[in-house]
Write a protein of this length. Structure first.
Lengths: 100, 100
DNA sequence: TGGCATGCTACGGATTCTGTAGCAGCTCTT
DNA sequence: AAGAGCTGCTACAGAATCCGTAGCATGCCA
């Protein structure tokens, strides 16, 4: 899985995820990701562009390519799992302070 | 996506992936992951156990829980995308040295 | 008692991420 | 022309993380 070299890095999946619906400028992506360092963000954006997942369009900013959108769709089951996992985690943490 | 705090770290997805079919001992996981540092591996294994994704069984070693197996299934489309992406990447790199 | 496996810890050095400051280019307004 | 505000992006120091290797404590078997 060479994929993990690309997506295993910090913010990589997050950046794609934040661009899944609509494009965003560099600074906007930064805000959506909670103020990542622009150096790291620039690295990720470049890597993801080189991987053909993102592209840069002058007026609109960064956006997913067709490949990127396919990746987002492949991420959907993961998102569904994450939601179920979050519920479980919430139950767990509740059970540490509440015996019910 | 608090999921990314868990899976966005290095080796997290890889460890799960390597345990998707059969359990493995600490040292065996280490080998399957290309010799990760045991310190990092120990961190990941603990985090993933606390997240309920993995569990430790004395005779067999580490293995995926039911939650973990659900995650592996959620990872399947991602794997499929990765395979298609790898083909594209191979074509790309070929086209840099070969004009055909 | 010695050999071999287990899970795991320690530590120095390299890599990566964070957080803030700032540059150069373009557009709009006055 | 000058100023404000946006754009993408770079620089740098300090913190966090990862890597690579060495080694410990335990349990099993002869």
């Amino acid at each position: 899985m060479a994929l993990l070299d690309l997506l295993g890095r910090r913010w990589a999946l997050r950046v794609i995820w934040e661009l899944r619906e609509r494009p965003a400028t560099f600074r906007e992506v930064r805000e959506r990701c909670g103020g990542v360092s622009p150096a790291v963000l620039n690295d990720r954006l470049r890597e993801l562009r080189e991987a053909g997942v993102l592209e840069h369009d002058d007026p609109e900013g960064y956006r997913c390519t067709a490949h990127g959108l396919a990746l987002v769709q492949a991420l959907a089951p993961l998102d569904a799992w994450a939601k179920a996992w979050a519920k479980r985690a919430a139950r767990e943490s509740r059970s540490t302070s509440d015996a019910g």
